[in-house]
Design a protein around this ligand. Sequence first.
Ligand SMILES: Cc1cc2nc3c(=O)[nH]c(=O)nc-3n(C[C@H](O)[C@H](O)[C@H](O)COP(=O)(O)OP(=O)(O)OC[C@H]3O[C@@H](n4cnc5c(N)ncnc54)[C@H](O)[C@@H]3O)c2cc1C
Length: 155
Amino acid sequence: MLLLKTRSEDRQAPSSTCGDGGCPRVVIVGAGFGGLSAAKTIGKCGASVTVIDRRNYHLFQPLLYQVATAGLSESDIAAPIRGILRDQANTTVLMGMVRGIDTEHHQVLMDDGKTSYDYLVLATGARHAYSDDDWEAYAPGLKKVEDATNMRAKY
Ligand SMILES: Cc1cc2nc3c(=O)[nH]c(=O)nc-3n(C[C@H](O)[C@H](O)[C@H](O)COP(=O)(O)OP(=O)(O)OC[C@H]3O[C@@H](n4cnc5c(N)ncnc54)[C@H](O)[C@@H]3O)c2cc1C
């Protein structure tokens, strides 16, 4: 997880989602364990929090193997991000694919728009890696629902 903080002199005016006194806009990319934990903690601090994820659900990765072995269905290990954060009035959830960060103008760039931040938390997780990419066909990763359902269909 990576935290970027803008220099205070570079900060833009607080957005309209902030209170009258102004409050920092915190954008969190990724709603895995890391992003959700950050959203819940920072959400108590009087900040305006925006959580962005390419999916509309949080995935409980440790039980992916249960889906791959047909012990559980996909819906048993996925929960809507908006539902998880619904009690946080200062938190907005956006579904979107983040393509880049404009660090100069403090903006998160998505396929269909951009959003400004004072503080940015990048919690986009990790992917499996091999020293030789040719191995992937024989040892596929297990990080997404699709990985689990593909494995279930194959074996
Ligand atoms: C099969 C398996 C079993 C595991 N078992 C255990 C265990 O028993 N105990 C344990 O402690 N840990 C376990 N782990 C590890 C644990 O699940 C991970 O460490 C944890 O889920 C990582 O959380 P994260 O928030 O860093 O990333 P992730 O959960 O991967 O979340 C990243 C989020 O970022 C989003 N995202 C990524 N890129 C973008 C983008 N460009 N734009 C928008 N959104 C984006 C993704 O959609 C995702 O929701 C297991 C992992 C796996 C795969």
